[in-house]
Design a protein around this ligand. Sequence first.
Ligand code: ZN
Length: 131
Amino acid sequence: MNKDWTFLIESARQARENAYAPYSNYKVGAALLTTEGEIYNGCNVENAAYRPTICAEQTAIVKAISEGEQKFKAIAVITENGGSPCGVCRQVLREFAPNLIVIVADTSGNHRIYQLAELLPDSFGPEELRT
Ligand SMILES: [Zn+2]
């Protein structure tokens, strides 16, 4: 967990440059690392109707899942002010990676590291539906 995550934060920073955020101007980049070492990037994609807006984390995980990946080690998320992933993203990430490492970075070079379970304690997951 105390590994150097600079490479993943940098990948998220590059993804953030593609953010489509004309309404909030809150640009987000994400970089999702698989257990095999592949990286899937994502950015937020806003919409004039607001509700269809997609978060960077969800863009990254949907790209990865659609390419056949289902095992993830870590995600780096970067915003200007180091904002944490929203509740919906925490739940989406939890579906596939309850033990995910979440690196929350800002564009000034600071970052914090969490386990997903810290951000989403006592969470609901697929095992609840298996009886
Ligand atoms: Zn989100």
